[in-house]
Design a protein around this ligand. Structure first.
Ligand SMILES: NC(=O)c1ccc[n+]([C@@H]2O[C@H](COP(=O)([O-])OP(=O)(O)OC[C@H]3O[C@@H](n4cnc5c(N)ncnc54)[C@H](O)[C@@H]3O)[C@@H](O)[C@H]2O)c1
Length: 314
């Protein structure tokens, strides 16, 4: 019988606990949860286990009380750290969350050096870079979730305009997970029908602008905290794609080593996901305008990484 896969989730806040719940309800994986607030992790775990006992299917859930409990994890999601508040950009979290990632990476390096790491904490691309630097793990072993979420958001805004074709909209978003992310209208389609045959240029521009501001729109409604249902579901999609060795191509934040003309930086690009994490980076042929947007976006990530190199990494 195949060994049950073990998924660690560090950060049992809004995103981490919702992710744990989605995985517990939909997969056979053993799930272990950790939070610096140990009571919170325990409370979430009890509630989730009781939820799993409503039906006939039990889920194996545990709390990470000691870093040694990370041993044996096949994949670890890091969703620990502060979310942004109204008026804050994702980048305002840079140094505070880098410290959180560094602490967590030390424990992972000691106890689960073979695990795939999937980061959610913002500013996402810079946190993936921090994890690579602090663990020294292989590039293919560490990636970040943002593009799946941004693409779902773009699809939701296209659906609002079309009022049809639920589940058939593909709308890829590339670049860094920041204000200058790159929604790719030219590569968007509805079951093969190009987007520009269904919406006017003005409507497409509205979709693009709303996609870029989608996170901030929710932050301003919630007043405290940021979005978590769609982020958790997008993360679950990536966890399952990796753990099932699906070879799905999903936008993911990964280390670029010459791809798209960039080195030593992290950015969101289409990636084939499998049991080793990043199986292959797909290079799209961007036109001049798309490439210029992508360059701007990656340069913003480079600026954050340079901040970390100058003022944070020892
Ligand atoms: N990549 C994306 O697309 C995306 C989407 C949504 C949220 N996020 C980011 O995910 C992170 C979590 O968001 P949230 O809404 O769940 O926040 P939250 O405040 O609800 O939860 C964060 C949790 O992390 C815990 N924590 C802090 N430091 C820790 C440490 N050293 N070890 C273990 N746990 C620790 C806190 O106790 C808290 O429970 C934020 O940085 C947010 O910006 C990213």
């Amino acid at each position: 019988m195949e060994r049950v896969k073990k998924v660690g989730i560090i950060g049992a806040g809004h995103v981490g606990s919702t992710l744990a719940y989605i995985l517990s309800a939909n997969t056979p994986y053993e799930i272990v949860l950790q939070d610096k607030d140990k009571d919170r992790a325990r409370g979430m775990l009890l509630d989730m286990f009781q939820a799993s006992c409503v039906g006939p299917k039990f889920t194996k859930l545990g709390v990470i009380a000691d870093p040694k409990d990370l041993k044996g994890c096949d994949l670890i999601v890091i969703a620990a750290g502060s979310p942004r508040l109204p008026g804050m950009s994702r980048n305002d979290l840079l140094f505070a969350n880098a410290k959180v990632i560094s602490e967590i990476c030390k424990d992972i390096k000691e106890n689960s050096p073979e695990a795939i790491l999937l980061l959610v904490t913002n500013p996402l691309d810079a946190m993936v870079y921090t994890a690579l630097r602090e663990t020294g793990f292989k590039h293919k072993q560490i990636l970040g979730m943002a593009g799946v979420l941004d693409s779902a958001r773009m699809a939701s805004f296209i659906y609002e305009k079309l009022k049809c074709a639920p589940g058939q909209i593909v709308a890829p978003v590339m670049g860094g997970h920041g204000d200058d992310m790159v929604p790719l209208a030219r590569f968007s389609s509805v079951n093969g029908v190009p987007l520009n045959e269904l919406l006017s240029q003005e409507e497409i521009q509205e979709v693009i602008e709303r996609t870029k501001n989608a996170g901030a729109e929710i932050v301003s409604c919630l007043k405290k905290g940021s979005a978590y249902f769609a982020p958790a579901r997008a993360t679950a999609e990536m966890v399952i794609a990796i753990m099932s060795d699906s070879r799905k191509i999903l936008p993911s934040a990964v280390y670029l080593n010459g791809e798209y003309g960039y080195k030593d930086v992290v950015g969101g690009v289409p990636v084939e996901l499998g049991i080793n994490g990043v199986e292959r980076i797909v290079e799209l042929q961007l036109n001049q305008e798309e490439k210029a947007h992508f360059d701007r976006s990656i340069q913003s990530v480079e600026a954050l990484i340079n901040e970390l190199k100058t003022n944070y990494f020892k």
